[in-house]
Design a protein around this ligand. Sequence first.
Ligand code: NAD
Ligand code: MG
Length: 393
Amino acid sequence: MKNICILGSTGSIGVNTLDVVGRHPDRYRVVALTANNNLERLLEQCRTHRPAYTVLLDEAKAKTFREQLVSAGLADIKVLCGTAALEEVASLPQVDTVMAAIVGAAGLLPTLAAARAGKTVLLANKEALVMSGQLFMAEVVRSGADLLPIDSEHNAIYQCMPANYHAGRHAAEVRRILLTASGGPFLKTPISELTGVTPDQACAHPKWVMGRKISVDSATMMNKGLEVIEACLLFNVPPEDVQVVIHPQSVIHSLVDYVDGTVLAQMGNPDMRIPIAYALAWPDRFDSGAEPLDLFKVRQLNFEEPDFERFPNLRLAYEAVRAGGTMPAVLNAANEVAVASFLDTQIRFTAIPSIIEHCMETVPIAAADSISAVLAADEEARRVAREFVHTLS
Ligand code: NAD
Ligand code: MG
């Protein structure tokens, strides 16, 4: 029996994680659930999974939630609040496994706390890794934490790696990583029409149902850009060895190309419960609840080269990882501000890469040799991005 803490339990990954955990009450006990909003959903999760702790970001919501728990006869569940409490529950001695499923930079410190405490870290929050890079990987090595990727592509790559592979190890027998991408909702939209697309159109992903931030990232392909950086860190490979392949069916979740010419792929229906169940059951396997793959329904698997003109964010992400230092943190912060501004209808869809490029050219780049250096770059990039958004709106 393992004890799990789910950071971001009310989000898309959080809900899928609890679905899988709920299928295996003999394997997992829920110790802590954290959320920023959606108290109704959190209450329902508390009724079903009876955690010992919940964490809400702000005090007012925590107070309301305490009252709701009392009314529901669940007064024994503790309600904590604030960012320090996120780190606290992620490193509780009784916690074995932490699902890092907060979206964006807000997830960095709690995810890092879990790594430092040597937990089994199930990493969905790619932004945390992109920002902190080698610092994060070094903490994993130092503490002996097990790091298992949840992003479907990285989970696929992990599954295709040599036996007994651990994240962060360079596998000399691997020639390259082929990172698949659906291409998102605007793969075939005429480029001239992209300037007028709405947040709802950008969030209508053809294959995956996800939170709104990652959905916009998929539409701009910044999601794939962040994943290229994530792959370089998790699998210790240079960016030129990570090739993005557009594969609209989203059946092959990524591939590993070995030096002998063998290419291993991981396939399955596009259902996040598959990578989540893999990581939860690792090194075994168990039922995820996902439908079995029906190849006769799939019929065709197509592949295309990515178009860097249509998706400038992909080019910017490659540039950021090549530049190194705090550049990936700047890319990520600028993107978070740009996406939030787009979702808030302050800027056009096509302004997103312009804001990011402006920040990458303007914010001074430093060595990413401490978390404070990373957080300073993040803060400065947000300031510059907001200023630029202001000139556009
Ligand atoms: P989401 O928006 O659906 O959920 C985010 C969760 O984090 C919610 O519980 C929310 O309450 C919480 N949260 C938001 N802001 C917070 C803050 N400032 N402090 C504390 N908690 C906060 O997002 P999601 O789609 O579940 O994605 C979560 C992470 O997983 C992202 O990093 C995303 O890139 C990654 N991911 C998601 C998918 C997917 O299918 N949804 C796939 C691969 C990777
Ligand atoms: Mg992914």
